[in-house]
Write a protein that binds this ligand. Sequence first.
Ligand code: ATP
Ligand code: MG
Length: 400
Amino acid sequence: MDELFSEVFKESEIFANREVLSQHHIPQTLLFREKQIDAIVKVLTPSLRGERGRNLFLYGKTGTGKTSCMLNIIGKIKELPISKSRISYINCRIYNSRYRVFYKLMSDHLPMYAKRGHGITEIYERLINWVEEDGKILIVVLDEVDMVKDLDDMIYTLTRSNSDIKSGGVTIVGISNNISFKDELDPRSLSTLYENELVFPPYNSNELSAILKDRAAAGFKEGRIDQEAINLAAAIAARESGDARLALKIISVAGELAESKKAKSVTAEDVSQAAKSAEEDIAYELLNTLPEHEKLVIYAVAILTMQGSKYKRLIEGTDTYIFSGEVYSRYASLAQSMEKEFKTTRWYRKCIIDLEMQGIVSTYESGKGIRGHTKLIKLVYPADKIKATVEKSLFKEEMV
Ligand SMILES: Nc1ncnc2c1ncn2[C@@H]1O[C@H](COP(=O)(O)OP(=O)(O)OP(=O)(O)O)[C@@H](O)[C@H]1O
Ligand SMILES: [Mg+2]
């Protein structure tokens, strides 16, 4: 064998199974989520029995286990011996319009009819007839539902189908990490969707430690990562956001670092180093998925942070806070320079709340004194890197 490829077949000294540590792995048991899982199953029980049930909405910050819990439950539902229900899991980041969602339902359940070119009405009617055939319940799980462009239309069509269906019905489970999602919905869709809602709280440091310990036991070889390293990764992730995805990413990257150094085990130092790059990676991935105007707002904060205009900047320790009003004016002029209509200040206030929730900025309400009550904004990650990332994704199309 060529020396060049010797690494390919070499067994890892650190990892037993890297896949278990990946964010795509769905663990058999989800720690600290019994209450949520029980509650979801309870709400879905009538639907599983073939009776019309209630819709359900799950929300909570990123990495709090919403997708994992739902996929775990779906796996178990699919093992049930008989059920008058059918279930579809739809990732709305991919199926991001009413048409795509309906097309996905069609290809899940009536693949023989799923041909391109069918209009929405035809798909809708076929699905309704299929539900009515034997009065089944179709459970539609819409993960990251806020990504659907024509959200109101989609929810309206799905919920309205229950008045067209004579026997059987459709139950919706919506999932979102955007707490202000509700404000975007038409009150008419809101009232039909929100029959039950469940919040997934962020994990604290002890919970993250236990989650990591569980995954590390399968992911790492015995004795290759110690408790101290795990606790540190958990503490860092808990401090940032209570995000289990971040905690997992930190220990995987730490494992890679230890491996590349040909070390015997993962140390707390590897974890600190990994934490830095893992947090940044996650933030940059997230930036790429933001809608255009949110990107412009972040871009404005990054530019102002780097320029640090003389009198409007506030230095708190080593952190640079920027006045919220200043960010808005910069955003507005950026939008104008791109010949886009800028959004209202009301939209902007909500946007900042969303960005804070996603862990991209942090804000601080100044007390009286600095121009009355005003909001100060700070980037969580280095401004130059944020600026470069946003530039790449924002101006990509304009440059070609
Ligand atoms: N209670 C838990 N026990 C074990 N692993 C968990 C738990 N909660 C989350 N995880 C792991 O953390 C990662 C992120 O979880 P998940 O994707 O379910 O989060 P989410 O709430 O859907 O986040 P987002 O809002 O970003 O989609 C996954 O790898 C998952 O396996
Ligand atoms: Mg998710």
